[in-house]
Design a protein around this ligand. Structure first.
Ligand SMILES: Nc1ncnc2c1ncn2[C@@H]1O[C@H](COP(=O)(O)OP(=O)(O)OP(=O)(O)O)[C@@H](O)[C@H]1O
Length: 619
């Protein structure tokens, strides 16, 4: 018996294992692919086009500071050589303390100038960098807001978020430090090469033999390092996506006690992120010593040849010291240029992703020459409307509907029958695949989107409360409404009393999604918001969640106020709402199967009477 129980348990466990997906297969996030393309000149021009508005005003200042800083920096070794050759150990043996003091004082002054130039250079570059990042971020956000519903249907919110945060941030480094470092390094390199060749061209050329080696190491190894850092960023963006989903879905996670599962997945990603970081930073650490070895070879050549040139009288000790100083300053810019090139490629990969969003055309736009929709009466017609979210799958299969101004239409039907799709088409969140929607005789594709949506109000089931005060949340319906108007609509929908009982009344701050408010309260707020907007056509997706009888009655009363005198489409779930509608439209698999009043449809004994019966059974 015991044996059989054990076997039973084992079997159960095995079948669990079979059905349980591996943790890494449970959550699927769209990763941004690793982009490792070469240099794209067009993309570069577009990216740097963002600097244009500020370039004229600020770049000359940055350039001036850069040149000033470089000149002062490169003058110091020259003064050092003078100090050695003319003051400390001159060929004629006449040491000059006075000259030494003068030269030392000059060096101090040069350092002060260099410091001041660097302070101003950093200040101006930061201004440019921050302005550019502000513009990119703002362009991206502005554009994302305009994108149509079908864009968001295809993408998880987390992946959109990552682009606005991570990718824009990765440009920040380029525009603040990168661009200026590039300028400094180029100016410094040219300056040093000229000076080295002027001091002694033979020695200069000999030392520069190592430059191509250095550059090769710099770019090749950096390419690997760059990819390693991209992997780090990708892993981090996965963490962000998961974090976003976990926070949004925290209630469901806790309700189903899935915290451990979530934690396991997070832990796995966290470890992966750490591993990728370790890998990237280990590669980074290899880079420094390699550059130093190459630099060491250069120094070896310098001293071997330098001593020979001193002996043959072609070079003085002071000039050799200055030379070695210049050579020391020579490796840094070369190293940084390799780094900079890689940074540029990383930024270009990010900008490619940013531009991909910016270039995404909203599918719902004003057609050329579209005129504003005049103030409407609220006559709505669906003329043989067919709609497909995905090609070949019809969500609506030829809807014909005629609604008179002021009529209220209740849309009922089984889940997935097409109710929400109908209301999405009235506000033109999607365009019909075939047929047309007309308002007061105007095809809604012929008028401007703004003029249409400003006359169509929407109250959705999932009432969205934005973070801010209660007053501002109601005012979202019409931004120029006065405080009195806000309070008057709140009173009309009977929300005033509960608002006044909140600690700060209308000024009470609510968090995003209005977590501290009850479902009923959130609905009343959204009714007030819609009433304030005062649209001729109102769309209402009635909330399915049941609320207590008292609030239910309040909501019914508020609805009467809200719907009065408007054409309304209600995705109705409550029998009371449906009964008071002028016309009930029954949808089934994207088709209108029945329509009429409550009594007519009950008498008919079709789908509607079945739905009503089912609702009574559950009540
Ligand atoms: N964004 C979308 N992308 C693809 N298909 C969709 C999308 N939204 C809805 N559909 C499909 O279109 C059909 C109609 O959906 P719709 O949301 O209009 O139904 P509904 O009657 O409002 O359902 P419910 O009462 O459950 O809200 C369904 O088959 C649904 O799967």
């Amino acid at each position: 018996m015991i044996m059989s129980i054990q076997t039973e348990t084992n079997k159960k466990h095995q079948s669990n294992v079979k059905h349980n997906k591996k943790i890494e297969e449970r959550f699927i996030y769209q990763d941004d692919e690793l982009i490792d393309k070469g240099f794209d000149w067009k993309q570069f021009q577009r990216l740097f086009g963002y600097m244009k508005p500020y370039a004229k005003q600020l770049l000359p200042l940055v350039g001036l500071m850069t040149i000033l800083g470089t000149i002062t920096k490169l003058t110091v070794p020259f003064l050092t050589s003078l100090a050695i050759d003319k003051a400390i150990a001159p060929a004629d043996g006449n040491t000059s303390l006075k000259l030494l003091y003068i030269l030392s004082a000059a060096v101090v002054v040069l350092y002060i100038i260099q410091w001041a130039a660097s302070v101003y250079r950093i200040k101006y570059t930061n201004i440019i960098g921050q302005k550019v990042i502000y513009d990119v971020r703002s362009d991206l956000f502005k554009h994302i807001q305009k994108l149509s519903f079908n864009f968001f249907d295809k993408r998880p919110a987390g992946s959109v978020l990552v682009r606005v945060t991570n990718d824009v941030n990765s440009l920040q480094e380029l525009f603040t430090n990168g661009v200026v470092n590039l300028m400094i390094d180029c100016v410094q390199l040219v300056g040093i090469v000229v000076i080295l060749l002027l001091i002694n061209w033979k020695l200069g050329l000999a030392v520069m033999i190592t430059v191509p080696i250095m550059f090769l190491i710099s770019t090749k190894l950096r390419q690997k390092i760059r990819i390693a850092w991209q992997v780090v960023r990708m892993k981090n963006s996965r963490i962000n996506s998961h974090l976003n989903e976990s926070i949004q879905g925290i209630r469901v996670t806790q309700a189903y006690t899935q915290e451990q599962e979530n934690m396991k997945y997070f832990d796995m990603m966290n470890k992966e992120s750490k591993k990728s970081w370790d890998n990237a930073s280990a590669m980074n650490q290899m880079f420094g010593p390699l550059i130093e070895i190459t630099g060491g070879i250069g120094t070896f050549i310098l001293f071997m040849l330098g001593v020979y040139l001193i002996q043959s009288g072609e070079l003085t000790i002071g000039l050799l010291v200055a030379f070695s100083n210049y050579v020391g300053n020579f490796w840094d810019p070369i190293n940084r240029l390799g780094q900079m090139y890689n940074q540029l490629l990383v930024a270009m990969a990010s900008s490619e992703r940013i531009f991909e969003f910016i270039d995404e055309e909203p599918s719902i736009t004003d057609k050329p020459g579209a005129l504003p929709l005049p103030t409407i009466h609220g006559d709505v017609q669906f003329k043989h409307v067919v709609f497909e979210y995905e090609k070949g799958r019809q969500a609506l299969k030829g809807i014909d509907l005629n609604v008179q101004p002021g009529q209220s239409i209740a849309l009922v039907g089984h889940t997935g029958s097409g109710k929400s799709t109908i209301i999405n088409l009235i506000s033109r969140f999607y365009d019909t695949t075939d047929g047309a929607v007309l308002i007061d005789g105007h095809d809604i594709r012929d008028v401007t989107v703004q003029s249409l949506r400003s006359q169509v109000g929407i109250v959705l089931q999932d009432t969205f409360i934005f973070s801010g005060s209660i007053r501002d949340n109601i005012r979202f319906g019409r931004l120029d409404a006065t405080d009195e108007e806000v309070e008057s609509v709140a009173k009309a929908v009977d929300a005033h009393d509960f608002i006044m009982k909140l600690p700060g009344g209308y000024n009470t701050e609510v968090e995003e999604r209005g977590g501290a408010l009850s479902m009923g309260q959130r609905q009343l707020l959204s009714f007030a918001r819609a009433l304030l907007a005062n649209p001729r056509i109102l769309i209402l997706d009635e909330a399915t969640a049941s609320i207590d009888t008292e609030t239910e009655l309040k909501i019914q009363d508020a609805l009467k106020v809200l719907l009065k005198g408007r054409t309304s489409f209600i995705v109705a779930h409550r029998l009371s709402t449906i009964r008071s509608a002028d016309n009930i439209v029954v949808l089934d698999h994207g088709e209108i199967k029945e329509s009429g009043t409550h009594d007519e449809l009950l008498k008919h004994g079709g789908i509607y009477s079945g739905l009503v019966e089912a609702q009574f059974r559950f009540l």
